[in-house]
Design a protein around this ligand. Structure first.
Ligand code: PLP
Length: 431
């Protein structure tokens, strides 16, 4: 295999399972990138149904006894929530909006877990009204407020002090985190929840997101078993439910490695069972809350190439029709991406280009990606943009947010329509 073919294959692996390149044309779910761009416009986020279902099934088969709930924050979308519900998944929701989306998708109440580090009374009442299976208490004053709101069954979120190897903004298990309660306060909250006649069903931890190995998750479940034993000693109470959050990362660039779902979850379950046995704890129901690893690889973004500019510093810029308004991760976290020219994918690379958008910042969507010489009108496909991209999109520079489509078997279905300038103008109040 030639060097170029090897490189092409390595990049293609980052795209959804159904991605192919034939005669230089990238296709997903049996639809060419060019036909999708023509039908739906650009920027466009394309989700591959096969990849979404495969990831959901991988979770279910790696932990058949667990409740797997989709971390809806990764991409809150009614069609995807419904698709995951068909696969037997529930939803982790952390705002009224996410709860509303999950209910619109028909996610059954018993498969809903309600989060939030600053839940309003309205949110607590809505959780109770939706008969959510679990509400995760995240603050000392939430115990009584949840009871008053009519919530019945709760978990208590505890911080383990374990520092995951990930970006500061998505590390959440450390002491001093805004999320959860330190161990002593968590024990007090469990005691108060029981006094308040809430069903204190168990414990919740989430160590961080975009984890590229199992270390932090392994340490967390071992810590959790020791903490559950501490709860038993202090209260005569053990958790019937242990929710270990989400966190499994995805690959965005060729040199990034991430464990497969079965590897990550298999290790987690084995460690958990071992640690539980070591402390003589009664088996608990496991809850998993994956977000990114369900939808990250399943999504790719298509942009249209506009200006190509070689500056004095010999930096070659490719400007596309989207950027930080549809994917703020490079600006927020220094996230790295790669890309293919979707309509000329097989051609010889001409050099390294930096991809930018139309926004009023020196935004870099991708720094230095090897591409055939890009031309106005080409299509640039960026893989692994299914999670925390559209979910965090903005209207910076009055940019309407892109559409999203779901593709399978040669068909494409719109699952979020593109915003229009009229949508944005309609919110303006003048006078
Ligand atoms: C409580 C909780 N659960 C689940 C998730 C989903 O995490 P991920 O997308 O990394 O799987 C998050 C993400 O921040 C979270 O805060």
């Amino acid at each position: 295999m030639t060097e170029r073919a090897r490189h092409d294959r390595a990049v293609l692996e980052l795209f959804p399972e159904s991605a192919t390149v034939e005669k230089g044309e990238l296709a997903i779910g049996g639809r060419s990138a060019a036909s999708l761009a023509e039908e739906f416009g650009t920027p466009l986020v394309v989700y591959c149904e096969r990849t979404l279902r495969a990831q959901a099934r991988a979770y279910r088969s790696a932990a058949p006894d667990a409740l797997v709930i989709y971390g809806a924050k990764a991409f809150p979308n009614v069609a995807l929530l419904r698709l995951f519900a068909e696969e037997g998944l529930g939803a982790d929701v952390s705002t009224l909006g996410e709860l509303r989306f999950a209910l619109a998708a028909g996610v059954p109440g018993e498969r809903l877990v309600v989060h939030g580090n600053n839940k309003s009374d309205e949110e607590l009442r809505a959780a109770a009204g939706a008969a959510a299976g679990l509400v995760v208490l995240d603050a000392p004053d939430e115990v009584e407020r949840a009871a008053r709101a009519g919530v019945r069954r709760v978990l208590v979120r505890v911080t383990s002090g374990i520092e995951a190897d990930t970006h500061d903004a998505i590390r959440t298990g450390h002491h001093g985190s805004k999320f959860g309660l330190p161990p002593d306060e968590a024990i007090a909250a469990i005691a108060r929840a029981r006094e308040a006649r809430l069903e204190a069903a168990g414990l919740h931890v989430h160590v961080g997101s975009q984890l590229l190995d199992t270390q932090a998750a392994r340490m967390t479940v071992e810590w959790l078993a020791a903490f559950a034993a501490e709860c038993r000693a202090a209260l005569g109470w053990t958790p019937a439910v242990v929710d270990v959050g989400g966190g499994l990362g995805v690959r965005h660039v060729e040199d990034e490695r991430a464990p497969a779902v079965d590897e990550f979850v298999g290790e987690l379950v084995a460690r958990l069972e071992h640690a539980w046995d070591l402390h003589g704890l009664p088996r608990a129901r496991l809850v998993l809350e994956p977000g990114r690893s369900l939808v990250g690889r399943a999504g790719m973004t298509l942009y249209r190439v506009g200006v190509v500019k070689v500056t004095r510093e010999a930096a070659a810029w490719v400007a596309v029709d989207g950027g930080m308004s549809d994917n703020p991760r490079p600006q927020l976290y220094g996230a790295r991406y790669t890309a293919l020219l979707a309509n000329r994918a097989g051609e010889e690379r001409a050099g390294a280009y930096s991809v930018t958008g139309p926004h009023c910042e020196e935004e870099v969507v991708i720094r230095h990606v090897a591409l055939p010489e890009p031309r106005r009108g080409d299509l640039l496909a960026v893989p692994a943009t299914g999670a925390y991209t559209l979910a965090m999109a903005s209207n910076y520079n009055v940019a309407p947010r892109p559409a999203a489509v779901l593709v399978a078997d040669g068909r494409a279905r719109l699952i979020r329509r593109r915003e229009t300038l009229d949508d944005l103008l309609a919110r303006e109040v003048d006078g």
